[in-house]
Design a protein around this ligand. Sequence first.
Ligand code: ADE
Length: 221
Amino acid sequence: MNADVFTLFPQAFDWYLSQVHIRNAVALGHEFRLTDYRAHTPLGHLQVDDTPYGGGAGMVLRIDVVCAALEAVFPGDADRVRDGRRVVELTPKGRQLDDALASELAAGDVDLVLLCGRYEGIDERVTHLITDRVSIGPYVLSGGEIAAMATLDAVTRKLPGVISNPESIVSESHAPELEGGAEYPHYTRPAGFRGWEVPEVLRSGHHGEIERWRAEQVRKR
Ligand code: ADE
């Protein structure tokens, strides 16, 4: 998978892209690229946004700036970038990110292009460029960067070989294997701490009973 993120704040991704599972993904041949809209703006004074037609608060990221940035990375017309790729606008108005959407975006090794907005978002004509609108929840963030990282993270974990123990992905919370439910609880040493005890069954060594107990916990949650 190639993942291209378009943002006004590429430095916001420094910490995230240095995480071990991203480095694992890169070692497996996946690529993560950041493009700063501002570096490709056709406007003077590094302008990228403008006031909304019709009036109102805030600034809107200009469509000519978004197109110029896309065309700098993908030669050809910006509205062709979505041919064979998922071009995602991060916006609170999008489809909510869940396990099924993360699996869908990770499937088939299709390249991802993530467009982060700031201010009041991107000019609505971005609809000519995108395949998807994704939200990470019903609240408004200051920009799409955190949402892009959440999306990349949920998707990258699903790429084969990125997480060294594949079982840990299959049995994760919200995976279809748990019928959409949350994962069973995890404990580690010490077995007792301030009177808070690890359930006896987990220390029993009876794998059958442990499985049954975990299944029961998933049902209860
Ligand atoms: N940009 C601002 N808020 C957002 C949200 N909740 N999800 C995705 N992108 C956003």
